[in-house]
Design a protein around this ligand. Sequence first.
Ligand SMILES: [Zn+2]
Ligand SMILES: [Zn+2]
Length: 246
Amino acid sequence: MWLWGLGLKEALLHWVFPRICTACREDLPPPLEGPLCGSCLLKLRRLSGPACRRCGKPWAGPEACCYDCRKKLSPVDAVRAVFPYRTPLPELLYSFKYGGRLWVGRALGDWMAGAFRLQAGLEGADALVPVPLHPARERRRGFNQARLLAQAVSRASGLPVVEALHRRRNTRPQWGLSRGEREGRMAGAFEASGPVKGRKVLLIDDVCTSGATLEACGRALREGGAASVRAFVLATACGCKCACGP
Ligand SMILES: [Zn+2]
Ligand SMILES: [Zn+2]
């Protein structure tokens, strides 16, 4: 019984405010800090291994870019992600975005900021632009998760957060839609409304699935005069048919 190893104050605090692992719901005994238990923390692996030079998704073919990226031109020159979108990332993001647990978001921001310093392919950016929520959705949620992640990267890198995009339409969540359907739904959903002319922009978002949202943002930023557009996201669905896809 781990409670015997604690002081009376810690044991009482834990009894009044019990903490559980965000992913597996196991009890989190003090002094463990952060949103995950030890075994879920071990599942949190950064993306590594061969990847597409443009979209950053796992790709081991002989060409530098994956099949999808070779098929068409994109306004986003490169996408880099910290984690694959599989357990415990969906649970952490659900808790942050829909459960409103900002302390989980702070942990995600810290991990993202730590990874930014080591991330190849994003050098030379001069502005962090969070993917905006529609104002009505942001009012309901109380925050924009991409802005909070961008602020964490900004604190670590010194790059300014520039709110350069505006969301014109309130698109519904896109889980279960094909890539073509997502692109159709996102077309024209954003417009540049801030100072991006001549800037090397780094878009910031929580998850990249098909890439349709980032592409729509990239197009708006290019139309607004951005010199280049790349993207840094917390997690990416790997693009294959395995369990980490949406
Ligand atoms: Zn756990
Ligand atoms: Zn690719």
